[in-house]
Design a protein around this ligand. Sequence first.
Ligand code: RB5
Length: 146
Amino acid sequence: MRKIIIASDHGAVSLKDQIISFLKTKNCDVKDMGVNSEDPVDYPDIAVLACNEFKKGRYDFGILLCGTGIGVSITANKVKGIRCALVHDLFTAEMAKAHNDANFIAFGGRVKYQVPVAKMIEKFMETKFAGDRHIRRVNKIMDMEN
Ligand code: RB5
């Protein structure tokens, strides 16, 4: 069973609920880090909370949401060990895993996507890291943390 962590600011609460329902149909173990209200919160707080829990909890990957997906992804990519991809279609969903071995993907609750977010998550989940030359490239990113 896949273990997935998800968190959102106030800009994507309903998208978070839709994603959780979808993940449950895929028999995933989903850890919901909130928020569950549209009262404003600061997206960096939410992203850091989820990234820190991810690092403790043996999760397969995480999903971060805000109005655009941009704020949470910028924040997450400053947390050691996190590679968060801002996905916007099936191609970027696939590449986020195949080439970047992303451990978080981000979406925006206020973005009008051409493809349902659930389909993009499904694509990410069914894709394997391509390895080979991409290992070297991902390692170069991670080396920047040292
Ligand atoms: C909140 O209004 C909004 O700025 C936030 O959800 C996100 O879109 C930031 O990147």
